[in-house]
Design a protein around this ligand. Sequence first.
Ligand code: WT7
Length: 636
Amino acid sequence: MSNYHIKHLEEYFQVYRKSVRNPESYWEEIAEEHFMWHKRWDNVLSYDFDKPEFKWFEGAKLNITENCIDRHLRTRGDKTAILFEPNNPDEEALHISYNELHERVAKMANVLKSQGIKKGDRVCIYLPMIPELAVSVLACARIGAIHSVVFAGFSSSALATRINDSDCKLVITSDGSFRGSKTIDLKGIVDEGLKKCESVETVLVVNRINAEIDMKEGRDQWLQPLLEKAETTCAPEIMDAEDPLFILYTSGSTGTPKGMVHTTAGYMVYSAFTFKNVFQYREDDVYWCTADIGWITGHSYIVYGPLANGATTVMFEGVPSYPDYGRFWEIVEKHKVTQFYTAPTAIRALAKENLEHVEKYDLTSLKVLGTVGEPINEEAWHWYDENIGKKKSPIVDTWWQTETGGIMISPIPYSTPAIPTFATLPLPGIQPALMDEEGNEIKGNQVDGRLCIKFPWPSMARTIWGNHQRYKETYFSAFKNMYFTGDGALRDSVGYYRITGRVDDVVIVSGHNLGTAPIEDAINEHPAVAESAIVGYPHEVKGNALYGYVILKETGESRNQDNLRKEINQLISDRIGPIAKLDKIQFTNGLPKTRSGKIMRRILRKIASNDTSNLGDTSTLLNPEIVQEVMDNVIK
Ligand code: WT7
């Protein structure tokens, strides 16, 4: 029986039981057999849910890039590691072999060193989906610098907030990016953001679009000439198992974004192990995950997980609609993609288009299909299964989070029978629990509750950068001795899990995790706005869309409400990014509040969702009369 590569259901159950009975020996065996260490660990796991503190493979020494690159050179040096597919289909795809990747990473690492970057320094990476993005990530890991990738769709102020939160010394960006038929002025966004960032000493700029840009004397440098001069080898920094590998920001239901800190050894072991199993990856496969490396999905399942397995991983620069809605399938045919991993929102958007876009292409190379980021509805699941997988490729509905570092609940293809809308069973080592509101575990099947994990796993985030107290409060205080996910879930009669959605004030829009508080803060900056409340409501393509209730300072009928709506969305776009824009904005004279002054979002959610049959008891509200008024003015 192989612990590392599960091949049928019985084996899954055997492995799962073993992993739960003795997690330490289970993970130890995997870590020992499948990775390269400079020194073995002294202790597989120590943990304390109260502090909270989790240490995996403590005492071990390693460098993750040796595991992702160097050790493959002897057997797979010429194999394609990264297959880059540009935005423009007429531009040639780039096959970067493991040998080439090794050299590119070394050069980039040497450039970072020459700019004074050392182990432990934070480097912000704000790049489009071009090879330099993956190379920069790996170059940081090579020298022990902590990367903080910020999705290049975030605005200048969102970028500045993230740079300042972790005091990044250096930013890697590009002159611009291609996105479908448009270009985006990334460097301009960086310049704007950096006006508010004192920690940044250096900006390295990739030339991607040949744009005329301002280069700030003494701060900005073109990357290419530096790379050309750089040495082609770079000795890896030997890291401790628990040294931070990266910070990745995710929204919270309140306050500033949370810089989730992932450490080295446990993250490596778990992302590699889950990649291999969930995608049933085999040596000659061509794996493609359509996410952006700016999200955790890209970190774990475009970069680290695939490369740790010596895989070929596709990086796509463009969008699914350019030059037309057949682009994804054209790429699948062109590169003979075997595993395809995307978000339900993309599937729903493509399912709305003419089927000819799919039928034109040969998709017979596909073996496994995956989804991630939000619940997938039954209709989208069937469309994916029938039209893309032709009913022969298993679909893995993978549930996990930025905080979990890797996939937690998912079918294993060809082992776990999949059913639509169910993430099915926990992966080995993962011990889910459903909890009631009183803090009791709900045992048995056909039950639902709040989803928690009751035992540590190797790739869990270890803290929130600079705010361990918030880490404790957010994840370890709702339920004793458990990690609380923020999601609700049900367990059906055979023990399969279905994720039902967030139970907090986070809304998942098109698979993007958006906290309502930062959006409200942005809106409230508008001089005409007194107060606001954001909720999610079901949306056909995006899963959820955002609905804003806004109270104006003066209720002058004279104000042009459409202009105000535009200004509010512009403000959100500037402060956070276009992904956080509101689909509907209702101006209102008041919001339902509890006697202690807390906005009753539950009621607002129901009104926005057109589900007002059962609003619950509103009599205890401070202002019960407002409910009818809000309902009367709802935007359909
Ligand atoms: C939240 C985490 C982890 C990759 C991308 C999102 C929701 C994620 C599923 C799924 C239902 C899902 C949850 C979770 N979510 N995958 N398969 N089914 N919901 O990472 O931005 O940290 O968001 O996404 O609500 O808590 P993230």
